[in-house]
Structures are given as C-alpha cells and as structure tokens.
Design a protein around this ligand. Structure first.
Ligand code: F3S
Length: 401
C-alpha cells in the first residue's frame, strides 16, 4: 500500500504513541482488504461507548490514547444511560460511574459527546460522495444508501483510529466498483408504518448476505422510513448499502437490471412480526421506542397518541432520542405531553445498550426489528415486535392487547 512520507513518519512514532497505534490499525485493515492507499475522512462516528459493550479493557484503551486529539468532527454511539437522568432510569450506581469514565475519556480526546445512532438527524449528516468512517451499523447503512456518503462498517477501534489520524484505508464501499447493485428485490408487500419498513429491512438483511440489493416497488422512503429499514437490514445481516429505486441518490435515474430477483410480499412481512416476538400475552414491563433514536416527527406522533391519557405505574413507556432532538421536542411541547401521560424521553442511550438485565425488566415491547433481534440476548428480556400505535396501546393497558 502506498504511504506518504508524512504517514511513514507517523508510523515511526514521530507524532506520538497514540497516533502511531491508530495509524497501525488503519494500515493493518488496509493490508487485509487490499487497499491501495489511505484517504482522508470528513467525519467519524464511534461505537463502543456503553460500558456494557466496551468493558474495562476497552475503557482503558480509550483512556490510554490521551493526550492525542481527534482531527475531524467525531461523535459517539449511544451510551448505557441518559447522562443526566440515569437515576430516573434505575441504572445501578457502579455502572453509572464507569459510564461517566468512558464519556470523560472520549471528551479528553476532543470527541463531541453527542451519544446517538442518528447523528445525521442532529447536525452531523455527511454529504453526497464524502468519505467518512462511521461504525454504528444502522447509521452506516443510512448514510451510504440514503445520503450517498461512503463508509465501510467500521468497528469502534477503527473509527476512533480514523478520528485521530483523519484517515481510512481505500477499500470496500469507498470504491465505485463495490457500490453497484448486484441483485433486485421486488417489494410487493403493502408498507404501512415504520415497523413495516423495519420488518422489510430485517428480511432484506437475511436474504442478501453478500449482495447489494436494488429495491424495486417502494411506495415512499422518508427519512424515518429509511432509518427504520437501514437499522433492521444491518442487524439481521451485514448490509451496509442498498439501492432503492427512485430514492438512492447514486442510482436515481438509472435503469438497473441485475442478478437474481427476490420478492417480498405481505405474508413475508407479517411473518417477521411473529418470528421476532418471543411472547404473545401477559404483562409488559417496558415499552421502548427509538431504535434507531427517535426523530422529532416520531415524538410528535407519540404526543398526539398520548394526549390526555395515563399510563399505569406498573408499565414504563420510554422513548430514546438524541439530545438536540429532545431539546426541540421540549420546545414544541411534545415532551410535556408524553411525560404528562407518564412516559419518559431519555437521551444518550437506548434499550439495547442500557443494562436492562440489571434493572429488573423481563418483558419489553418495541416497534423496531433491530431491537427485537438483539433484546433477548443483549438484555435478556422477552420481546414483542409490533407497530408504533400498538406499542402505545400496550403501554396504556400495561399488557399485551
Ligand atoms: Fe441505535 Fe441502540 Fe437501536 S444504538 S440503532 S437505538 S440498538
């Protein structure tokens, strides 16, 4: 792989231990994947933030990199708790102390501590054609497919290494030839709310393990629909890029005729709700919405459904979003309505990376296929995957309805 004199000097340690180690990670990945050179990145998004997933060794690695500083705008994935209201969530104190150590370690490196899987909704949206190094799988799929930015599915350490060096290796989805659709997926299923897009994403991720799908037949693809689709597609498989006819900027206007045709119909979609639900009756401890982090429009819809209603104290209704979206939702009165009904709007975290397994929850309802896939193993809860409206109804009844 070609390296500039400047990059060779960094590898010799002339700019310090941390930068040398970080460049070694980038170069190592480049060699594994056959990159020809390193390229600059415009931003990074770093996973490995919740202490639940990072652990002690991960925390020590992040701490060891100071006093190095990131050289491009860099944000974080969700942490394991709301950084202000963790006590209200019931997060154990020992976990909270470790979590705050993680946040301080990233702060010392100059990372912007916006802890969100949807930074593109909060002022950090990469532009068309821009090379970035992002690691949250749902966000990677969204920015590649919906915005036309270019990123591989980075791990937390490689995204942090890119943040500190400003570089990534030129391979995979940074290259034109690897971004072309390779199989057509015809969607004839009738898509209703966001959970249907999430169910479609789940099927897509499972169906196309190595291919880049070209979706034909989507009636619409709003930001929230693309967010739901991307998250589930990246959770059930390795998908980091799809093309949706008429919507994906890179293929807009192209006539694509490639590969094997797959098909998704109403029965397939309905089957996902059954497949991902591990319970079908009884009490629900937690209704959790915001995987990926809820948009302003989702919080507005929730406020409309909850206005004048009351959630029983035995069930919790929690929304997860980013701090900037919550601030706007507060200003617009949505948070007051949701919290007036007994719900909560938390920031910085989510239902999967929070230590739910230590917080007394055993059953959870979600409208996200990604959350439904991960919850039974990551948080050891039984789960029901259903629509947004049914989630709110479950919260109001305190049980499956
Ligand atoms: Fe985001 Fe957590 Fe879901 S990181 S995509 S809300 S699992």
């Amino acid at each position: 792989m070609y390296l500039t004199n400047e990059q060779e000097a960094v590898l010799k340690g002339e700019e310090g231990w941390a930068k040398k180690k970080c460049l070694e990670i980038i170069v190592g990945l480049g060699e594994i994947y056959g990159a020809d050179r390193l390229i600059p990145v415009a931003s990074t998004q770093i996973s490995g933030v919740s202490y639940k997933t990072l652990g002690e060794y991960g925390l020590q690695w992040v701490e060891s990199l100071a006093p190095a500083k990131v050289v491009v705008p860099s944000t974080l994935n969700p942490a394991g708790m709301d950084l202000c209201f963790w006590l209200e969530m019931g997060v154990p104190e020992d976990f909270a102390a470790k979590q705050m150590r993680v946040i301080r370690a990233y702060e010392r490196l100059g990372v912007i501590t916006l802890c969100s899987c949807t930074p593109y909704l909060a002022g950090f949206a990469p532009r068309f054609g821009e090379h970035v190094a992002w690691s949250e799988s749902s966000a990677v799929c969204f920015v590649n497919s919906f915005l036309g930015a270019r990123t591989n599915r980075e791990g937390g350490p490689s995204a942090l290494a890119s943040a500190i060096t400003g570089l990534t290796a030129n391979y995979g989805l940074h290259l034109n030839e690897n971004r072309k659709p390779t199989t057509i997926v015809k969607v004839s299923a009738k898509l209703g709310g966001l959970s249907d897009y999430s169910a479609l994403g789940y099927l897509l991720g499972k169906m196309v393990q190595r291919d880049i799908p070209y979706l034909r037949g989507l009636p619409s693809l709003s930001v929230d629909e693309a967010k739901a689709l991307s998250a589930a597609a990246a959770a059930s498989g390795n998908l980091a890029l799809f093309h949706a006819e008429g919507f994906t900027p890179e293929s807009r206007g192209d006539v694509v005729e490639v590969g094997e045709r797959l098909h998704v119909d109403d029965r397939d979609l309905k089957g996902v709700y059954e497949e991902l639900s591990t319970i079908h009756s009884g009490k629900i401890d937690l209704v959790a919405i915001g995987c990926p982090h809820a948009s302003l429009a989702e919080l507005e819809s929730a406020a409309a459904l909850l206005k004048g209603k009351k959630i029983p104290p035995t069930t919790k209704l929690w929304f997860f979003t980013s701090l900037p979206i919550k601030v706007l939702a507060e200003r617009l009165g949505f948070v007051a309505v949701i919290e007036g009904a007994g719900g909560k709007v938390f920031t910085d975290c989510c239902m999967i990376v929070a230590p739910l397994e230590r917080m007394g929850f055993t059953t959870m309802a979600v409208n996200s296929a990604k959350a439904a896939v991960y919850a039974p193993t990551a948080s050891r809860v039984d789960v029901v995957f259903t629509t947004f409206e049914k989630c709110v109804d479950i919260a109001l009844e305190g049980r499956l309805v």
